[in-house]
Design a protein around this ligand. Structure first.
Ligand SMILES: NC(=O)c1ccc[n+]([C@@H]2O[C@H](COP(=O)([O-])OP(=O)(O)OC[C@H]3O[C@@H](n4cnc5c(N)ncnc54)[C@H](O)[C@@H]3O)[C@@H](O)[C@H]2O)c1
Length: 270
């Protein structure tokens, strides 16, 4: 018998399924009914998938080819691939933001009514309310070179690109939810705190180990597992979330709640 979290009979696209959260998502989806999974990654995932399309999310031609290679209908798109700022800022913006938007908009006509798009953002992208107009201006730019130019002109805001790319994803999640709803497709994002994945050492380099450990310390000392995040992604893509749209869901063991209510201890950062 089917249940609200059931994925049986569904067709699902997952980016970044080779390792970390994406690999854990393959396991969770298998437990929730074994949907047909089409995986897009630069590396072939070893988990349970029906097909693999080698795709570089940072390259427009590669994303275009993947869109062309995916037959409809699709029930859920999980935009999960991402890179840290150990890469150049333009690559970070291309993979984390431009590729995500291109795939979402290219696949939308193939997503079935009642379907969903679920993005993996980050709590690192949570400071968009401080400069919402700039982020809206940035995400309205269609042309890749123009976007890179905008990033150079706003170098202080964009920084190393990681947090800003996730701000773009969070604001885009809210903005695009209106357009996707017109097609009866929901759009949401999951915003995780640090996760124990192969990407963590990169964040320890770019955001410093001290900051990462301090963040984990503030939420009880236990880091999220890839499965913790994968389960939330699966929830947002399922019918159990059928009235959830345009939400950036912090999956951070309360970090943002504690920040908002003044319960974060900054002394460890000094
Ligand atoms: N690990 C963390 O602490 C953390 C925290 C918050 C958000 N996130 C986000 O979670 C998502 C998953 O990351 P993860 O932590 O599981 O790391 P990961 O490195 O284990 O997984 C990233 C996946 O993306 C794929 N990938 C990398 N570059 C790609 C490209 N150009 N094209 C296509 N696929 C590519 C990788 O092969 C891999 O399968 C990312 O969007 C990341 O920004 C991670």
């Amino acid at each position: 018998m089917s249940h609200p979290f059931d994925y049986s009979g569904k067709r699902v696209v997952v980016t970044g399924a080779f390792s970390g959260v994406g690999a854990a998502l393959l396991d969770v989806l298998a437990e929730l009914g074994r949907p047909e999974v089409i995986a897009l990654d630069i590396r072939r995932p070893e988990g349970r998938i029906a097909s693999y399309i080698e795709t570089n999310m940072g390259k427009a031609s590669s994303v275009d080819a993947a869109i062309g290679a995916i037959d409809g209908p699709v029930d859920v798109l999980f935009n999960n691939a991402g890179i840290a700022a150990t890469h150049p800022v333009e690559d970070v913006m291309a993979v984390n933001w431009l590729g995500l938007r291109q795939l979402s908009e290219g696949l939308l006509p193939k997503i079935r009514e009642g379907g969903a798009i679920v993005n993996t953002a980050s709590i690192a992208g949570g400071r968009w309310p401080e400069h919402l107009q700039d982020v809206l201006e940035c995400i309205a730019i269609e042309d890749r070179q123009e976007l890179f130019g905008w990033c150079r002109d706003h170098a202080e805001l964009v920084g190393d690109g990681y947090a800003f790319s996730k701000e773009c994803v969070q604001v885009y999640t809210m903005k695009s939810a209106k357009a996707t709803l017109a097609r009866h497709v929901r759009t949401n994002s999951v915003c995780p705190a640090p996760i124990d994945t192969p990407l963590l050492p990169d964040f320890n380099k770019t955001m410093t180990e001290k900051t990462m450990n301090w963040t984990i310390d503030q939420i009880g000392g236990t880091i999220a597992t890839p499965r913790d995040i994968a389960m939330t992604l699966a929830f947002l893509g399922s019918d159990a979330a059928r009235y959830v749209n345009g939400v950036n869901l912090n999956v951070d063991m309360g970090f943002n709640a504690f920040m908002t209510t003044g319960q974060i201890d900054f002394s460890g950062l000094a």
